[in-house]
Design a protein around this ligand. Structure first.
Ligand code: NAP
Length: 298
């Protein structure tokens, strides 16, 4: 019987492991595949993690992993297929058929950015294609960028980038925005944002880095950065019927990561929150492990 099984080895899961091990708990981290970084592997450079500006996402993830490993965290590369609450403890069912038992679970499987699924996107990801304006916007100082999407994230990203970039295209596939009307007005008022509606991206072009964007109507926009803001999908399939989810599919839990199911905690992008960043994920992991420890001691 483990004290805590942590599902996910991104910043939230590994931070929980560090806090749990330092509290003397028996911890197992289960990850689908060895990577130790979660989404930050996709981010290229991470420039907003306190104290380590400019670090490669992958290197930062490796540092997190090393920290957890050095404290004696056990890791298992396996897929979790089911979580079952059983008389005051949890059963974690694995794809290989094994069933593990634990007093608590910290679920930190994250969320993934929806992709545009157009040619050039994967090749140039981290080389001008980004899914996070707050993370990567500063690399495009004085340049021209494009934001794709018509929701609040796209609108917020366009406004954020308009303060950094010389020019921002906001490209939306319909003529009506999904996001807040007040924000739409601010975007319209911004002098350096050009809104292109009823426009679909056909291809992202560039050899080493993003150079241009081709639209389906044949227009070619010269841009250095493409910010896809077409929504996120939380990885919460396993928790359906197990814990309360919010209307967008994220786990309804506050900063302490306490869910509607006893002994099940969440940390990182998977929970309802306003800002999904490495630093907030790491903070969540610390909170969830501390709560799990309190729960076990009780
Ligand atoms: P969202 O509301 O789901 O919007 C996604 C946008 O991307 C939609 O406009 C959608 O177009 C477009 N889209 C989806 N797939 C696409 C594709 N393959 N190609 C081109 N466009 C595509 O996602 P979100 O903006 O990330 O927001 C998620 C939730 O968080 C929302 O409830 C939002 O209000 C909330 N949020 C709030 C704030 C805030 O309050 N400041 C900030 C960020 C997010 P269609 O419109 O045609 O479907």
């Amino acid at each position: 019987m483990k004290d805590i099984i942590i599902i996910g080895s991104g910043p939230a899961g590994l931070s929980a492991a560090v806090y749990g091990r330092r509290a003397g708990l028996d911890i197992l981290v289960i990850e689908k595949e060895y990577c130790g970084t979660g989404q930050i592997a996709e981010s290229g450079q991470v420039d907003n993690y306190l104290g380590i500006p400019g670090i490669e996402g992958y290197s930062l993830g490796e540092k997190f992993r090393e920290h957890a490993e050095n404290l004696g965290t056990a890791f298992l590369e396996e897929e979790v297929t089911k979580l079952e609450q059983s008389d005051g403890y949890w059963k974690v069912l694995l794809a290989g058929g094994d069933v593990l038992e634990t007093k608590t679970v910290i679920y930190a499987a994250g969320a993934s950015h929806r992709h545009l699924n157009v040619p050039g996107e994967d090749k140039l990801s981290g080389r001008g294609v980004s899914y996070c304006a707050t993370c990567d916007g500063a690399f495009f100082q004085g340049k021209t960028t494009a934001v794709i999407g018509g929701g609040d994230t796209a609108l917020d990203d366009a406004l954020y980038l308009s303060q950094i970039c010389e020019k921002v295209y906001l490209i939306h596939r319909r003529d009506e925005f999904r996001g807040n009307a007040g924000t739409v007005q601010k975007v319209k008022d911004a002098e350096n944002i050009e809104i292109l509606t009823n426009a679909r991206v056909q291809e992202i072009q560039g050899e080493q880095r993003v150079e241009a964007l081709m639209l389906e109507d044949g227009r070619r926009l010269e841009v250095s950065g493409v910010f896809a803001a077409v929504g996120m999908e939380p990885v919460t399939g396993l928790l359906q019927g197990v814990a309360e989810l919010d209307e967008y599919g994220y786990v309804a839990a506050g900063e302490q990561g306490i869910t509607s199911a006893q002994g099940l905690f969440v940390a990182g992008d998977v929970r309802t929150k306003a800002l999904r960043q490495v630093i907030t994920a790491a903070a969540d992991g610390a909170n969830a492990a501390t709560e799990a420890e309190r729960y076990i001691r009780r």
